[in-house]
Structures are given as C-alpha cells and as structure tokens.
Design a protein around this ligand. Structure first.
Ligand code: PNW
Length: 483
C-alpha cells in the first residue's frame, strides 16, 4: 500500500470569527463571542474580532494564497448570525450574509479548490443566548440549529459537498460552561464569571450539541442527500493519553477514562448510536442528561449514515489516577493531566503555546485508536502549532518557521504510518491555520498560521511551511517503491 491514497484530500482550515472581522457589516447579528470579547474587565487579553484578519474584505487575496500553496481543499466556517442575525427558526434571513458565502464558495470552485464547511465554530447568535439560554435549552437550540442548517443546505448545498456540523463540542461545553474561559464564559469555579454551574451546565450543553449534530444530519439524509450527494460529519478534539506510570494499572485505567471523557462523550452517541461511556455515568450520575427512546432512534439512524470522523489533533498528555473521589466540578474523569511521565520524560517537544507539545508518535496511536473504536473514515480537520517564541518574533523571523515545518512533516509521517501499517482509513488533512488569527481568549499572541499577519497593516506573508506542505503530500501519494 502506498503511504497515502492517491485521492488524499489536503488543505488549510480557518473559522469565521477568528478571521472575518466586519462584525457590523451587511446586517450581521452579534454572536456570544462579540459580547465576550467586549466584557470589562477583559477576558480576552483586551482583544476582539472586530477587524481580525479583515478576511471579509480580503477573501480574494486569501484564496490567492490557497492557490499559491497548491491546496486541494479549504475548510472554513459560516457565521450563523450573518445568515440569521437573530438566530431563531422564525427569525428573518439576511441575503447579504448569504451572498458573502456564495462569493467565497464560487471563487474557491473557480480555482479548483474543494470547500469544506463547518456550520458551527463557536459563534452562537447572541439573540438566542438571550432568548432562552442558547445551548442550555436542549429542546429549543436543536430546532434553531436545524433550521440554520437547512438554509445552508438549500443555499450552498448545490456546490458544497462536505459538511461539518460542529467544531469541538468538548471545548464548547467545557470552556464555555465549566471553566468559563471561552464565550459565554459561564462557570461556578472561575472568579471572573458571574453566572454558571460547572457541575451541571457542561453536561446539558453536551446533550444539546449531540442532538444538534444528529438533527441536521437526519435532515440532510431525508431531504438533501439524494439530490446533493454530499458528505456530513463532525469535528472532535481530544488528546491521546498515556499512563503517567506505565506499570500502574490505575494509571492505565485513568488514561483510558480520560479519553472516554474527551471523545467517547460525543463519539459514542454520534458515531455508534450508543449511550455515553459507562465511566461517565458512574461518575456524573443524573447530572448527565439521559437520551430518550426517540433521541436514540435519531442517533442510531444518523450514526449509521455518518460519512466521516473529523479529527482535530494538536498534542497528547499523561494521565495519573487520583485516590480521592471526583469533585462534582470535575470534567476530566478524575485524573490528573501531566506533560511528563513518572520518569520525568516530557511527552514531546514544547511549542510556542503552553498546552501544546509536538507528539507525532502519539498522533499515530490516536488515529489508530479512533479508527478502531469508531470505525469511520477519518479526516484530520485541524493540526498545527505556533513555533517557540513566535509570538514575539518579527515577520522576517516568523516566516522561517522550521519548527512548524518539522511538526507538519512528523505528523504527516505518523498519519501515513497509521494508514499504511495500522490500516486506518484516513482520507484527508487540514493544517490549522491558513492565517495567523484571533486565538480566542489568548488574543493575537499565538501564531498558528502558515501565513504571517501584520496586524497593523494587515499585510500577509507566506511562511516557509506554507510552500512546503504540498511537496510533503505529493511525495506520499505516489506509489514509489523507494519510499
Ligand atoms: C481549536 N486546548 O481549539 C479550535 O478549533 C481552533 O479554533 C483553535 O484556533 C485551534 O484549536 C488552536 O487552539 C482548541 O487547550 C483550543 O487543548 C484549545 C485546546 C485545543 C483546541
């Protein structure tokens, strides 16, 4: 078997709020990220997405970059509140917002680049958060999201054949409603949060998101799949965990439990049509909302038809068991997360952001585990890093991104081993990200882009890695006995 299939899909990824700017243009409604970024005192390092990369006005220039980099595909997200400013299923739609994405899609296709669309990358319309609590209302939120998805299929589905319902429901639930680090910033353990309940809300939001994946998938199956012939999946984050003490069975169980709390929470229902992992029910009891019979019927149907598993992978960690019972605010599975093991060996090489170590060997294990457990073809929908010290570098230094080049090469090597040796079905890869952009609550410091952004002039400069990625894939896709 060649190291990668001939039709392997690859490209770059972005998300609307991180790059678009133009937050008040063409009738766009506010999202929870607009509100969160303008809180005082600031919870986003004094930064916001008001201008961001100004992609809304410069998208042609950004698509020129994709062409120059040789990308086959581009993953971007649609801002819900540009399409339906107030978000709800009876609220009016905004033609100007639809027109922007039509232009973007047409321009991609004219360049021969395949669009991959994420329907929800964290920017909930503020109006539905205000109206009924947004994702905290399981019944309402899934109906509003379904209607938004319908409009996207109706208006874009003649040309968009790859749909990702949600990006990283784990981060949405935990950062948004347990730690309060992301919008809407709810938490009962964060001194900066004025509202929230860490013990209960993330689990409610999790169920809303699971149902909000399933409903629009069922809708696609029922009304659009036959005529549009597209594919639909979800993007889940989650690290791979090794036991802190490889000899200690309690740490081995802790590592597995940690991955169940990260990935199984969502993958059991959406990929397998099954209930949450048993270890979650054991720890969380009735704080974990149950699925009804009709929920299960929907999950069974949509898990069967699910076309792919979108994997966002950045790093891995060690897990150590805890002797005390879990606190009611725990969301990790009662484990401690560490970056070094018992022998003091670090999990990987540090990057330019504290939580990210380069861990390609564990990427291979992760891909293989996810494929064997959930059985869906995998598209890696995000993978990337900031280089050490890059946040303080000049443009000249930043574009010589040898750390990033090595990170990409090592991860692509690992991916091709999982494909060719472990027989995992892996069909695509998207580097995060096309541009340096708003790294959410970390602001504009961390630079994940393959293109340097000068935030004063908004000038774009390709980093070396941007120009090398194509070669890395071309080499793997040919059947060559020398490889
Ligand atoms: C993802 N963590 O988020 C998001 O999908 C992107 O929008 C984001 O820019 C990118 O990864 C880089 O962070 C994550 O703390 C945020 O482990 C944080 C973590 C993981 C993913």
């Amino acid at each position: 078997m060649p190291p990668l299939p001939k039709d392997f899909e690859w490209g770059f990824a972005t998300a609307a709020y991180q790059i678009e700017g133009a937050v008040d243009e063409d009738g766009r409604g506010k999202s929870i990220w607009d509100t969160f970024c303008h809180l005082e005192p600031t919870r986003t390092k004094g930064t916001n997405g008001d201008i961001a990369c100004d992609h809304y006005h410069r998208y042609e220039e950004d698509l020129d970059l994709l062409t120059r980099y040789g990308a086959k595909a581009y993953r971007f997200s649609i801002s819900w509140s540009r399409i339906i400013p107030l978000g709800g299923r009876d609220d009016p739609i905004k033609e100007a917002g639809i027109a922007f994405y039509n232009k973007l899609i047409d321009s991609l296709l004219a360049r021969g680049i395949t669009p991959w669309v994420t329907l929800y990358h964290w920017d909930l319309p503020q109006a539905i958060h205000d109206r009924y609590g947004g994702w905290l209302d399981i019944k309402e939120s899934q109906l509003d999201f379904e209607r938004y998805a319908r409009i996207c299929y109706e208006r874009f589905g003649d040309r968009v054949k790859n749909w990702i319902t949600l990006n990283e429901p784990w981060i949405v639930s935990i950062f948004g409603y347990a730690t309060g680090g992301n919008a809407p910033g709810r938490s009962s353990i964060n001194p900066q949060s004025t509202e929230g309940n860490t013990a209960t809300e993330p689990w409610i939001v999790g169920k809303s998101l699971i149902m909000s994946h399933a409903r629009p998938t069922a809708l696609y199956n029922r009304e659009f799949r036959t005529s549009q012939q597209g594919r639909i999946g979800i993007s889940l984050n989650g690290d791979y965990y090794e036991p802190w003490d490889s000899q200690d069975e309690r740490d081995q169980l802790a590592a597995e439990r940690r991955m169940e709390f990260h990935i199984g929470w969502f993958a059991n229902p959406v990929c397998l049509g099954q209930d949450y992992p048993t270890c979650m029910r054991e720890q969380l009891g009735e704080r974990l909302p149950r699925f009804t019979d009709s929920d299960f019927a929907l999950l069974k149907e949509t898990s069967t038809t699910m076309d792919f598993y979108g994997m966002n992978y950045y790093t891995s960690q060690f897990a150590r068991h805890r002797d005390e019972p879990a606190s009611e605010n725990d969301f990790l599975g009662n484990v401690e997360e560490l970056q070094s093991n018992k022998q003091g060996v670090p999990v990987g090489e540090p990057s330019g952001i504290s939580w990210l170590y380069s861990t390609p060997g564990l990427f291979r294990k992760h891909l293989t585990r996810v494929y064997q457990k959930y059985g869906k073809p995998i598209y890696v929908t995000e993978n990337g890093c900031p280089c050490p010290g890059e946040d303080k570098m000049t443009r000249e230094k930043s574009i010589e991104d040898s750390y990033r080049i090595r990170y990409f090469q090592d991860h692509i090597d690992a991916l091709s081993l999982s494909f060719a040796e472990d027989k995992s079905d892996i069909m695509g890869y998207f580097a995060w990200s096309l541009l340096d952009n708003l790294e959410w609550s970390d602001g504009y410091g961390p630079r994940f882009g393959v293109t340097f952004l000068d935030y004063n002039t908004l000038e774009r400069s390709p980093k070396n890695s941007a120009l090398l990625l194509k070669g890395m894939f071309d080499k793997k896709m040919v059947v060559d006995s020398k490889i």
